[in-house]
Ligand binder design. Structure first.
Ligand SMILES: Cc1cc2nc3c(=O)[nH]c(=O)nc-3n(C[C@H](O)[C@H](O)[C@H](O)COP(=O)(O)OP(=O)(O)OC[C@H]3O[C@@H](n4cnc5c(N)ncnc54)[C@H](O)[C@@H]3O)c2cc1C
Length: 294
């Protein structure tokens, strides 16, 4: 960063276009928080182009894999991007029966989202599997009442257009001991984390389901025990977390569930157990309408 008279010259450098674009969006967000918001003038802007972190794809197949899970395979070009840089992506869907209008890069470098009738639904999903050659990617949808993606899976079929924006979010924990806690929405992420953990990792994974017929076979290191909990009867994830003997060092807790549960887990680990930010990743993956969270 260099001050030049009244201006500040800012140079951003990143490994690729996707990361550079993400960095630009961070700069926008920071500048927008200033008392006198500043709009940067970039040297290079691909006005009207699709954002580099957006990949367009088509549905290849929709398969019910258990009573409450449907696996969606999408096909396209460049999907190998989703194998590195985070487990998650935003699924972009047009309103039922409408052709999608995709976001574009504006003259100021910002991603501009379609509005009104063209507003896209943008929930976050997890890359469950992908083709290293980049031709296909699988994600698993937990089917729940009132869900727009649940509704979409009931009629989606080969050729239907989707957008995938990302990747972002969690990576595989690196500690010798890990505690993994998640509900159905976190099952795909925990499956990927368990499969990617170092074989010497020790720890426990707790997965909470409403229906044990949704249990999946999850490959995992021999030193990590996998526990399936059924919802109700005091079998919740926060109780499981509180009941654990946690090591003092070289530890990592990954927790993802409904927002109010995640918040309770965060308070417990940070306030009662002294976990630092680098020792945990705790996220609300969805918000129950009764939880009072935004
Ligand atoms: C990083 C991250 C990764 C995720 N990965 C996955 C994944 O791989 N698979 C997956 O299925 N989900 C995943 N989720 C959760 C998913 O994004 C949310 O459940 C999202 O709300 C689904 O959108 P929808 O269109 O189904 O529901 P919406 O139309 O957004 O919501 C409709 C109603 O459904 C309720 N609702 C939302 N989720 C649930 C739920 N789980 N149980 C009961 N009611 C619910 C809402 O409270 C709302 O009332 C992830 C979330 C995050 C943040």
């Amino acid at each position: 960063m260099q001050v030049q008279g009244e201006a500040i010259n800012l140079t951003l450098r990143a490994a690729n276009d996707v990361r550079l674009h993400a960095l630009k969006q961070v700069v926008f967000a920071r500048l927008a928080r200033l008392e006198q918001p500043v709009v940067p003038a970039w040297d290079h802007v691909a006005v009207g182009a699709l954002p580099p972190n957006l990949t367009l794809a088509q549905v290849a197949s929709v398969t019910r894999i258990s009573p409450h899970f449907t696996r969606v395979r999408v096909e396209g070009h460049g999907l190998e991007r989703f194998g590195d840089g985070g487990l998650h992506f935003r699924l972009l869907l047009a309103r039922p029966g409408q052709a999608p209008v995709w976001p574009r890069i504006a003259a100021d470098g910002r991603t501009v989202w379609p509005e009104g009738k063209d507003t896209l639904h943008r929930p976050v999903y997890t890359t469950r599997a992908f083709d290293p050659a980049g031709k296909w990617l699988d994600f698993d949808v937990f089917l729940h009442a009132g869900g727009r993606v649940t509704e979409w899976t009931s009629s989606a079929g080969p050729g239907d257009p989707v957008g995938l924006m990302g990747p972002s979010g969690s990576d595989t924990p690196q500690a010798s001991w890990v505690g993994l806690f998640g509900d159905e929405t976190a099952l795909p992420a925990i499956a990927c984390i368990l499969a990617a953990l170092d074989r010497k990792t020790r720890g426990d994974a707790f997965l909470q389901l409403s229906d044990l017929s949704d249990v999946q076979d999850l490959p995992h290191p021999p030193g990590v025990a996998v526990h399936w909990l059924t919802r109700g009867g005091g079998n919740d994830l926060v109780t499981a977390l509180r009941g654990m003997a946690l090591p003092e060092t070289d530890r990592f807790v990954w927790f993802a569930s409904e927002a109010s549960e995640a918040s309770a887990a965060r308070s417990y680990l940070r306030d009662e157990r002294g976990f630092g930010r680098a020792e945990s990743n705790i996220s609300g993956f969805w918000t129950a309408e009764t939880s009072g969270h935004a």
